[in-house]
Design a protein around this ligand. Structure first.
Ligand code: CO
Length: 330
């Protein structure tokens, strides 16, 4: 008898309720505003208002039931990564965050699958924290798409990704820490423009640097928000690689689109034409349900675009169920 894989949302976030104020000037802390609401603060500045969906397993499960989601991958919220800290501090911060996350996901371990964070600025410490977390029940790791000026083709990051492949652990890459600029200050343009560009930038760096040629094909790596702007501009990047390598100087064996089937992307793109581009570029086995729950620019109900699309039922099932099972090796 074959069992039907669960509907799995690979892109949701957690903020653990016991998160302490670590006292560093710019490190995030939680201001509890009521039993159901809190604000993520940076210093005395409000970063984001959040609700108990961030930490209350019962709230999450009720929303999942309402949306028809069986399982959530529960990811760290990127502002807590601590990549700016010195490595020892970052390792300590990651450990606190990861252990507190288990208190949330442990309330429904079959439905809430925790991914850990790691001090990515130090590949040894990152590998150690990943190993510790895998022993404690984490199912994968989320990383930011850069560590300051170092992107995913950085030697230390590649070392960490190779370790993930050797441990057979899925990696989910989330854009974060967009460069503030006056032109992207209003209307959440850092999120609307900066985030998709960040993902595209990191995917192109992995491709053009030759990092994908060095990383094992067995590495399961996924990108948030449909991989940002990457899929829509593989034609431009391929043309540059093929026609103007004299200018581009790429170090890769293949043009960027060649590597797209190595990458899982989620479905938080809010339009059927965009979803179809992802299916064309990355392949029907690489598109996974993601919602960005419970954050304000996420999709509710989770999976709406997939379910309302004109795809066939078995294509929808592949996106909603089967591909995540493969990504997670569940
Ligand atoms: Co997100």
């Amino acid at each position: 008898m074959t069992t039907i894989p669960p509907v799995t949302d690979v892109h949701t976030h957690v903020v653990p309720p016991g998160w302490p104020d670590l006292g560093a000037p710019d490190s995030p802390w939680l201001r509890r505003d009521s039993t159901e609401t809190a604000t993520i603060m940076r210093g005395d500045r409000e970063f984001r208002r959040i609700t108990d969906a961030c930490w209350n397993a019962d709230t999450r499960l009720a929303d999942m039931d309402a949306d028809g989601v069986d399982v959530q991958v529960v990811l760290p919220t990127p502002v807590f990564f601590g990549y700016d800290n010195d490595p020892d501090d970052a390792a300590r911060v990651a450990g606190i965050f990861n252990d507190l996350t288990l208190e949330v996901t442990g309330q429904a371990p079959d439905r809430l699958l925790p991914f850990c964070q790691v001090p990515l600025q130090d590949s040894d410490a990152a590998c150690q924290e990943l190993d510790r977390c895998l022993d404690n029940g984490h199912r994968g790791v989320e990383i930011g798409n850069h560590v300051g000026d170092r992107d995913l083709d950085d030697e230390g990051v590649i070392t960490f990704l190779q370790h993930c492949a050797s441990r057979d652990v899925p990696v989910f890459v989330h854009p974060w820490d967009m460069t503030p600029a006056p032109r992207t200050d209003p209307w959440m343009l850092e999120w609307l423009v900066g985030m998709p560009a960040e993902s595209q930038l990191s995917l192109l760096r992995l491709a053009l640097s030759g990092a994908f040629d060095r990383l094992p094909e067995s590495l399961r790596i996924g990108f948030a928000h449909g991989g940002g702007s990457f899929a829509y501009w593989t034609g431009r990047a391929d043309n540059a690689w093929q026609q103007r390598r004299d200018l581009v100087g790429a170090d890769s064996e293949h043009p960027p689109s060649h590597y797209a089937p190595r990458v899982y992307v989620d479905t938080v793109v809010f339009s059927e034409p965009a979803l179809n581009v992802l299916l064309d570029v990355h392949g029907p086995e690489r598109v996974v349900l993601g919602s960005d729950y419970p954050y304000p620019l996420g999709e509710r109900p989770a999976g709406r675009v997939v379910r309302e699309s004109s795809l066939l039922d078995d294509q929808k099932d592949t996106i909603l169920r089967t591909n995540a099972e493969r990504f997670l090796n569940a």
